[in-house]
Design a protein around this ligand. Structure first.
Ligand SMILES: [Mg+2]
Length: 369
């Protein structure tokens, strides 16, 4: 049975993808968020020509390679982001056909997952961040939290002078020893400064240090990983296997952190998990908002043997992510005791709001049966 059409429903931040097979079976997915309307255009222009007419049960990983080969003049992010939309819609269709959640098609079971509460904010004071974390621990039972250090791609600058030196002990004091603390530097530091900040984190028992140096400077990141005892994590931006091979071969990081959609979908993410597993490295994916990407990541984490300790779950609301409003009919990210639950419904187990779809920009590509 062949795929006959690809439809997209786009806004500037998020775009959903619907695939339809010859017999009318459908599946829903999503391209990577941000400039999603541009990515949707890439999907129709540069992905659809190579994937329309494929069999529903084709070798998707190989088909995605083929798209990269056909579009070899356009390596990089937008192509992979667009491929992720097709891939995730096809997995949903396969799940619906089989009457199984995607996690089962990937070899896992719908289960609960430990989540870490992930802050996206740098403009928040250390005291306010500590208060927020304490409240979330009380209300939702989180026992792992990530906060931001340095300035984003900050050339060693802090968000304001002294914030990093203040937030590390402030958060530690506010939360008891049993709580895992993670930090993200978003490509801020030179190796020397990154190691200095890392030592301060180690002194406060922190466990995960994300993207300490400009992420494209693999050698800089590797220096930090080698110098520190705590785990260094990274890779969310990396969408080409040529780079991932280097990261894994050189142990650039301790924990690999792909984004399922930036990388190009579930099939490619499964391949990456295998590459990391062969090297004995855990996978703690990047999933920084409450669009569908975190649902995809939940199914993925429950299916791979080398899943890291937790799911990333954004704690930001509509003040930070106004575009998350009204995407779904139900909330797939309810937290109980610090855990989220994977739906056991077929496919991704989520319904996109028809009202949201009605307001989106519509485009379609199709082939005749
Ligand atoms: Mg990050």
């Amino acid at each position: 049975m062949k795929i006959r059409s690809i439809e997209t429903f786009s806004g500037p931040e998020v775009a959903f993808v619907k695939v339809t097979a010859e017999d009318g079976a459908i599946g829903w997915g999503q391209v990577a968020p941000y400039h999603a309307d541009i990515t949707a255009l890439v999907l129709h222009r540069q992905v659809a020509p190579w994937v329309l007419g494929c069999d529903v049960h084709c070798d998707l990983d190989d088909l995605m390679d083929l798209v990269g080969e056909r579009e070899h003049k356009f390596p990089g992010s937008h192509l992979r982001r667009a491929m992720g939309g097709f891939d995730t819609a096809l997995w949903d269709l396969r799940g619906r056909l089989a009457g199984k959640p995607v996690v089962e098609l990937l070899g896992g079971k719908p289960t609960t997952l430990r989540a870490y509460a992930s802050s996206m904010k740098r403009d928040i004071t250390p005291a306010d961040e500590a208060e927020r974390f304490k409240r979330l621990r009380g209300e939702q039972g989180f026992d792992a939290f990530k906060f931001r250090v340095g300035a984003e791609v900050g050339r060693n600058a802090d968000e304001w002078p002294g914030r990093t030196e203040e937030i590390i002990p402030t958060i530690r004091r506010a939360l008891s020893d049993g709580v895992d603390l993670l930090a993200d530097a978003n490509s801020c530091y030179s190796p020397a400064r990154a190691i200095e900040v890392g030592r301060l984190m180690e002194a406060h028992g922190m466990v995960h240090y994300e993207e300490p140096c400009p992420y494209w400077e693999l050698e800089q990141t590797r220096q930090v990983t080698q110098a520190l005892d705590m785990d260094v994590a990274g890779g969310e931006q990396d969408c080409e296997f040529s780079v991932w091979k280097q990261i894994i071969r050189d142990r650039t990081v301790d924990i690999v952190q792909p984004d399922v959609l930036y990388l190009g979908g579930i099939a490619r993410s499964m391949r990456l998990a295998s590459m990391a597993a062969a090297a004995g490295m855990p996978v703690t994916p990047h999933a920084a908002n409450r669009s569908m990407v975190t649902i995809f990541t939940m199914h993925y984490l429950a299916a791979i043997p080398n899943a890291g300790k937790y799911l990333e779950l954004s704690i930001e609301g509509e003040d930070y992510y106004p575009w998350e409003r009204g995407l779904f009919l139900t909330d797939p990210y309810r937290v109980e005791d610090g855990h989220v639950r994977i739906s056991d419904e077929p496919g991704w187990g989520i319904e996109i709001s028809p009202e949201w779809l009605d307001k989106a920009t519509y485009q379609s590509s199709r082939v005749d049966a």
